[in-house]
Design a protein around this ligand. Structure first.
Ligand SMILES: Nc1ncnc2c1ncn2[C@@H]1O[C@H](COP(=O)(O)OP(=O)(O)OP(=O)(O)O)[C@@H](O)[C@H]1O
Ligand SMILES: [Mg+2]
Length: 239
């Protein structure tokens, strides 16, 4: 992983860069010749109809899928060339809120959120304090001992966000982070994501919810990308 000084020197370079990326599965092309840059500290929405390829694009960004052609660079490294260790380091720098936000039901909320710490061998006692702070930040401080089946939809989404940022990633990719929650809860989740961006993190949110995008515009300077006909375009200001 880069040292702090090196990261600062690299501040200008895109954190994620797609150059003529195509993604094809079976017989069908989902993304075709997509070029795109996410600059450090930027805030993006990714929208487009169901099945357009939003989740697929996010998976390409964190190396869960590789482009069929073209190049995807994360932190200036071609993701296709990374070995297992380098890929593990990359995954620590990119926090993901998955669309289906699954948890291990036999473990408590706190244990689920702390799981990435355990897996990366960083579960020291000093981090217990950070974990409590993080759970308080998402408003789940009093729910630490609950098991996932006891959580509401909004609580699950906030737990998924906490789990995505427990390793202090540089980039947060959130896939429909406000799916299945009411308007008030979606605003609360949006505020958390805006707060992360104000702390310097690069944020990309995939969402169908155009009213969420409109609400965000008063809080943060956000670019809106739309997947349409296998291309990613910058959406106009008419949302
Ligand atoms: N490896 C694959 N094999 C078969 N089909 C695939 C594969 N990858 C993606 N697809 C299909 O590609 C389409 C795009 O999927 P994706 O999940 O990226 O869309 P999405 O924009 O995130 O949709 P939603 O808004 O419903 O979440 C879907 O129809 C999906 O079934
Ligand atoms: Mg999706």
């Amino acid at each position: 992983m880069l040292g702090q000084e090196e990261q600062q020197n690299n501040r200008g370079a895109p954190v994620i860069e797609l150059e003529n990326v195509s993604y094809t599965y079976g017989g069908g092309a989902l993304l075709s010749d997509v070029s795109l840059q996410l600059n450090p500290g930027s805030f993006h929405f990714l929208t487009g109809p169901s099945g357009a390829g939003k989740t697929t694009l996010l998976k390409l960004c964190y190396g869960a899928l590789l482009p069929t052609s073209g190049q995807l660079k994360a932190f200036e490294q071609d993701v296709a060339t990374l070995d297992r260790d380098q890929m593990a380091l990359l995954r620590r720098r990119i926090g993901v809120v998955h669309q289906d936000c699954r948890f291990l039901d036999h473990m408590t909320l706190a244990e689920n959120v702390a799981l990435p710490l355990m897996v990366s061998g960083r579960a020291e006692s000093a981090q217990q304090q950070d974990l409590t702070e993080l759970l308080n930040w998402v408003g789940l401080g009093t729910r630490q001992e609950a098991v996932p089946p006891e959580l509401s939809g909004g609580e699950r989404q906030r737990a998924a966000l906490a789990r995505a940022v427990i390793l202090s990633p540089d980039v947060v990719l959130a896939d429909e982070p406000t799916g299945n929650v009411d308007w008030e809860m979606s605003q609360r989740l949006l505020r958390l994501l805006v707060e992360l961006n104000k702390m310097g993190k690069t944020v990309l949110i995939a969402t169908h919810d155009l009213s969420l995008i409109r609400a965000a515009k008063s809080q943060v300077q956000a670019r809106v990308l739309r997947i349409s006909q296998r291309q990613v375009q910058l959406a106009g200001a008419d949302l």
